[in-house]
Design a protein around this ligand. Sequence first.
Ligand SMILES: NC(=[NH2+])NCCC[C@H](N)C(=O)O
Ligand SMILES: [Mn+2]
Ligand SMILES: [Mn+2]
Length: 299
Amino acid sequence: MNINLLAVPIMYGCDRNGAQYGPKILREKDLVEVIKNQNHVVYDFGNLFIPSVPESEKYANHEHIKYLKPVAETNNNLAHLVYSSLCSESFPFVVGGDHSLGLGSISGASKHFENLAVIWIDAHGDINTPETSPTGNSHGMPLAAALGVGVPELTNVYYDGPKVKPENVYIIGARDLDEGEVKLAKDLNLNLYTMDTVRKMGISTVIEEVLNKIKSSNIDGVHLSFDIDALDKSLVPGTGTPVSNGFSFEEGKKLLEGFLSTGLIKSMDFVELNPILDNKDMTSNLCIELINYIFKTLR
Ligand SMILES: NC(=[NH2+])NCCC[C@H](N)C(=O)O
Ligand SMILES: [Mn+2]
Ligand SMILES: [Mn+2]
């Protein structure tokens, strides 16, 4: 397959120094070679330009959302790269950076597809709004913004209005949802498979159910957004918001393969590696292993 490697070294969405170095360390660990060795052609687009804004201007654009302007601008640029990749029949693999970039990916993919579905594998829902966010960090908001909920600067990224319908959103592995997120998921009737639900149903049944729903709803493209904090806290010290009771490495692989082997996934994010927080490269090494597996199973 042709793969467009889109690296987005952004940390404005998590406000935690280090997340911007995800692409750098993964490249040092032969990211490009790893993908090529799984029989893909890689077009490395280099690092997306991230505007530099001093910390003193964190709240210059909004009283509660940090770095709103550079986050919106970055997502706008990313969206166009994702859209262009899809137009040229290349698979956009977006490497973060923090999860605020999920908005740009979804926006680009949704311009290309008539009816897009989004699978969001994450310990978090990332469906906060300025009103519900406990932190003001926009990496907790991208999925809400893609659904059309939030400030116009985010909900109107790339083109005005919602990018994905609530019935086409699948959140898997959530175990740290804020109060307002639980409410929004309910109000919009999102397909929410919390970790508790996954444990009750079993991973295979969850995969099967999600795929059946997608196949029966005239979806023409699926975007998979993978936040490494979906994995258990003990496995990923190098991420900004780790949460216990997460997936094991084997479970993570099983989930990824379950979706990637179907041929339905047309674009993907891989986010939230923070090398500065890492413990002896344990997380970045695990990321490389996962990425190897992703491109081994991608159809
Ligand atoms: N992509 C992430 N790791 N998001 C974590 C979000 C944490 C929390 N819910 C917040 O809004 O700040
Ligand atoms: Mn996330
Ligand atoms: Mn997360």
